[in-house]
Design a binder for this molecule. Sequence first.
Ligand SMILES: Cc1cc2nc3c(=O)[nH]c(=O)nc-3n(C[C@H](O)[C@H](O)[C@H](O)COP(=O)(O)OP(=O)(O)OC[C@H]3O[C@@H](n4cnc5c(N)ncnc54)[C@H](O)[C@@H]3O)c2cc1C
Length: 393
Amino acid sequence: MAGAAVAFSLAQRGWQVEVLEAAPALGAGASGLPVGLAAPHVSPDDNVLSRITRAGVQATLERAQSLAQAGALSAQDWGLTGVLEHRIQSKRDLPSGKALPQAHEIWSTRASQAQVDAAGLAIGSPTLWHSQAAWLRPRRLVAAQLALPGIRLQLGCKVQRISYNTAGWAVWHEDGRLLAQTPELVLASAYDTAELLRGFLSSETGPQLQLPLHPLRGQISFGRVDALPSATQAHLPPFPVNGHGSFISGVSAPVNDAAHWFIGSTFERDSTQAPVRDEDHAANQTRLNTLLPHLAEGMARGFEPEHIQGWAGLRCTLPDRLPAVGPIDPGRWPGLHLCTGMGARGISLSVLCGEIMAAHLEGTPHPLAPELARHMAAQRFVKTPALSPKFPA
Ligand SMILES: Cc1cc2nc3c(=O)[nH]c(=O)nc-3n(C[C@H](O)[C@H](O)[C@H](O)COP(=O)(O)OP(=O)(O)OC[C@H]3O[C@@H](n4cnc5c(N)ncnc54)[C@H](O)[C@@H]3O)c2cc1C
């Protein structure tokens, strides 16, 4: 998602973009997630994460809408349904007083009784309604963005190392071939970004970049709606519900057109592999039973071994839960940029990150206010006082 978003934002401005992808098909990384949510984050003080996430969700929804208008995304690929948040033991509440953002009522409000009923929750359950929120199939968003003219996609191209000389950045294949020579290089290879940088920076002296990217494995469990008891099918919420993981139903699965339900996701630190595990299905079942207690009994059939399916991937996280976007050290390594660390919010943040990258490369105004932009600057990880973030200009 990160690479596709950058490519789209640049190609839309007339750039020729070469995308080098290691896997033989799209969706090899975390963006192979069958379906996920773009939804705002709320906090009583409307903190930086909340404000950035709103800007990100807005950018994603606008991108999805324009791709849909162009016929590149269909109703099977995303749905601007709104999302109900069940605030289970959660400190996440709406801001109030001076913390109230502009136009807050179009983003998040208390859920109405009709929405609480439709979700099947008990009267008085602590809930919020996010009207600017959608479910989306990431792989479809990636494919739709990469289809823009001006983008050349090379699959099966694992970049082994990068080097810098007077002609710009050289990108090398694992078989030793030169894959590309370019004045502007954006590394958007998630967790592997750190490895590519390590290889390059180990030969460099001076200020170092310490990019603490960590893998965070996650599993989503899903199954066919028509395998559930008919009474349960009739009580599935008509919109996604989040707040303790997230539950989405009625979305067709990537492999066939049948309607499926999805519950996720698990969080496991320090795992660099992503096999699907039975114990994670059990954890997701417990999560669903807490999120939507009235579905617990009926959904049990969906978790039986002959029905349950799973998908697992590695999120790539940074300690402050925000991405690293933009140039690293323009004076020293002109043309080297990052777009990574999407964490658990790639659907909500990647399109905004692509727009930020394009603003840098074109020298146009930054899409975010300076006090928010500095929290996403890749430069915040360069460890030297002289280079402490002076971004954005
Ligand atoms: C279970 C789970 C549930 C999630 N749910 C949500 C959700 O509901 N909402 C949300 O917003 N986000 C969600 N996420 C997070 C989201 O999926 C990620 O933030 C997003 O996919 C990250 O995108 P990316 O492009 O940065 O990384 P990736 O999708 O991992 O892409 C990195 C790409 O780089 C390629 N690559 C790596 N190394 C090289 C190399 N050396 N040369 C060439 N190519 C290379 C890989 O093959 C891969 O295609 C979820 C993640 C998981 C695992």
